[in-house]
Write a protein that binds this ligand. Structure first.
Ligand SMILES: [Zn+2]
Length: 433
């Protein structure tokens, strides 16, 4: 315990100065993240993932938060991708690998993985990992499997070979999102197809219980032309899917809910109005919020009620760079300042009451850029990108996608909210060096 307190103090000092690298564990140490403090599959809201990357389409490097720990993915100057975890605010990252004497830098490492997020369900961690193909037809190739790592520290096993499945292999487009939620694996993507000599896109959602006996099923499949934006959220036993399509002056917004327990797909809202959608948020009780500019009206915050959008308030900062919806609050950001890497922000509750208005500091981003610059690294404007926010009335958290050269990772900066100021602290960062 003493040792741990000491390392926390060192880590805090690092965070305060924000100048030192976030350290990794020493090579050769087996790492086992703490088991969450329950052992059943009972529904516990804080272990669901509405706020987190697993269910966010396009979230570049999946991370998840459980029990004050973050699990995330990183690439360090190599093509290989590894899973890491950290105690929030500790400043120390560990490879998600329980193998003794492992140096966590090869395909033999248990942390070697894809860029999808780690999920926790019923006493086990799950994640996707490439392993050598079992097929003699593909020597040297890899195939993706679902790895199951018991939280009690016992040996990990392959929970499912996904490529064996016909439905899975016939939907082989570009990945937009894949995540594990409550014991099911979801794969959401689109692929180019030709129907009667007409090139089209096919959008699909597949799911499968994590079990060798069960096959993938198509939850949803649709062909379309034109362009589409997509939002997916997993909350409780439901997957919410919001699509917006535009093609030659016609527009189509559809919000659907797939109930994984009842195996039903229901349309919650549809509209043919031209829209600019910023965010979709589902509270744990199933209440749905959308931030959007609809029919040239400027951006507003809407709540879904009786299959119609009820406007809660308009957003005067038009056009915003983004309006993100968290639990009970919205975060509007405008006027990015490239000198200080800061934004102007207004944080409101769902009634429109302003909780904070002013600068959203970019101190962390600035200091990390300077660190790399001082080390002689050529940095680009896109090295740290604000991906999205999650949080509540007490604090909002900014998720940053980081990239330097071939390195990729995630950082999360927490902003504690008071009327007069936001207090910034670094929750964690994957150091790219
Ligand atoms: Zn390892």
């Amino acid at each position: 315990m003493k040792l741990r307190l000491l390392s926390c103090a060192v880590a805090l000092a690092l965070l305060v100065s924000c100048s030192g690298p976030v350290e990794e564990n020493e090579a050769g140490q087996p790492n086992t993240p703490p088991a969450p403090d329950f052992t059943t599959s009972e529904y516990l809201p804080e272990y669901d993932c509405p706020d987190y990357a697993p269910a966010r389409v396009g979230a570049p490097f999946g991370f998840s938060l459980y029990n004050g720990h973050a699990f995330f993915t990183g690439i360090k100057d190599t093509e290989n991708t590894y899973k890491y975890y950290t105690e929030l605010g500790s400043g120390v990252n560990y490879a998600f690998c329980a193998k003794p004497e492992c140096t966590h830098d090869s395909k033999d490492c248990q942390a070697y993985s894809t860029n999808s997020a780690i999920s926790y369900y019923d006493g086990n961690f799950y994640y996707l990992s490439p392993v050598p193909s079992r097929s003699p037809a593909y020597p040297g190739q890899e195939e993706t499997v679902i790895i199951k790592r018991p939280a009690d520290g016992s040996a990990q096993t392959v929970a499912k070979y996904v490529h064996d499945d016909e439905v899975y292999s016939s939907h082989n487009g570009s990945f937009e999102s894949r995540f594990i939620h409550r014991g099911f694996y979801y794969r959401i993507g689109s692929q180019n197809i030709v129907v009667d000599s007409v090139p089209k896109k096919q959008f699909y959602i597949l799911s499968c219980p994590i079990s060798f006996e069960k096959n993938f099923q198509v939850l949803y499949e649709e062909e379309y032309t034109g362009s589409e934006t997509l939002y997916v959220r997993a909350v409780g036993s439901s997957i919410y899917i919001l699509t917006y399509r535009s093609e030659q002056g016609t527009y189509d917004t559809l919000l659907r809910r797939f109930d994984t327990a009842a195996n039903t797909l229901e349309t919650l809202y549809s509209s043919s109005e031209r829209s600019n959608i910023y965010d979709l948020h589902v509270e744990s009780d199933g209440t749905i919020y959308i931030s959007a500019g609809i029919n040239g009206e400027g951006c507003g915050i809407y709540r879904l009620k009786d299959r119609a959008l009820e406007k809660l308030y308009g957003n005067p900062e038009t056009p915003p760079a983004g309006i993100f919806i968290c639990n009970g609050v919205t975060v509007s950001i405008t006027n990015y300042n490239p000198e200080t890497y800061s934004w102007n922000t207004i944080i409101r509750d769902f009634e429109g009451k302003v909780l904070y208005e002013g600068e959203l500091s970019g101190r962390f981003t600035r200091e990390y850029r300077e660190k790399y610059q001082n080390a002689g690294t050529r940095v680009s404007a896109t090295m740290f990108i604000t991906s999205y926010f999650f949080g509540d009335k007490d604090a909002v958290n900014m998720v940053i996608s980081c990239s330097v050269g071939t390195g990729r990772g995630t950082a999360v900066v927490k902003y504690d909210i008071s009327e007069t100021r936001l207090t910034e602290s670094l929750l964690f960062c994957f150091d790219l060096r």
